[in-house]
Design a protein. Structure first.
Length: 246
């Protein structure tokens, strides 16, 4: 079922990993899909080829745009390019993010600022740039948060804090930009590639009530829920962690 047929979607940081799977699932739902990338040129080209296979079947379009979500000029140019190509933007998925392990007492100011530049300021900049298009379309914003934004991880202070800020930003956007734009957040837990846990991550599966780690497809299903569900649902966070955070 092409539940997003005719809709235009922008997914940031979607050249690889979770973002790539999100883009492909949105395309399979019938949407025109634009992905952004910063340095992953080869991966973006491969993802664009995969998207083209899907959109050829759905009759939609796909495009890739280089964008540094930390840079306002780069963001404004990328959003404008996507809106011009697709005739607007209906859904924004703020997926681009950074992740790093660091001992708290050794964490530098530079590390702290880099994390917030991507994980918190980036979604703010992209959403602000896309605001007029989304408002006109009565569109939706879906921010990709993290279980780390609701649970303190001792060796990820800057990451957890940046995602907690993104969760609050999601709620603030939902309140400020209603009723035209709905804004929600998906917070993944431990997500791994493949059917089985990657080396070193088995213990997370053992601690998870659902007895496995999550897959990117689980996150994509949550994103599709917010993308296709009632526009009335806004300001919500959907944790995709198999119960790990309980």
């Amino acid at each position: 079922m092409k539940s997003l047929s005719g809709k235009s979607v922008l997914v940031t940081g979607a050249a690889k990993r979770i973002g790539r799977v999100l883009a492909l699932h949105l395309a399979e739902a019938g949407a025109h899909v634009a992905i952004t990338y910063r340095e992953s040129n080869a991966e973006a080209e491969q993802t664009l080829r995969e998207l083209a296979v899907v959109t050829e079947k759905t009759g939609a379009e796909a495009m890739a745009v280089r964008c540094d979500v930390r840079n306002p000029q780069s963001v404004n140019a990328a959003v404008a390019e996507v809106a011009e190509e697709f005739g607007g933007i209906d859904i924004l998925v703020n997926n681009a993010g950074a992740y790093e392990t660091a001992v708290l007492e050794e964490l530098t100011v530079e590390q702290w600022d880099r994390m917030f530049e991507t994980n918190t300021r980036g979604p703010f900049l992209v959403a602000q740039a896309a605001h007029s298009y989304l408002k006109s379309a009565h569109g939706r914003i879906i921010n990709i948060g993290s279980l780390g934004g609701t649970h303190p991880w001792a060796t990820h202070a800057h990451y957890c804090t940046s995602k907690a800020a993104l969760h609050m930003l999601s709620q603030t956007m939902a309140k400020a930009w209603a009723p035209e734009i709905s804004v929600n957040c998906v917070a993944p837990g431990m997500i791994v590639n493949g059917e089985t846990a990657e080396p070193g991550y088995e213990h997370f599966a053992e601690r998870t009530p659902m007895r496995r780690n999550g897959k990117a497809e689980d996150v994509a299903a949550a994103v599709l829920f917010f993308a296709t569900g009632p526009h009335f649902i806004t300001g919500q966070m959907l944790t995709v962690d198999g119960g790990l955070g309980l």
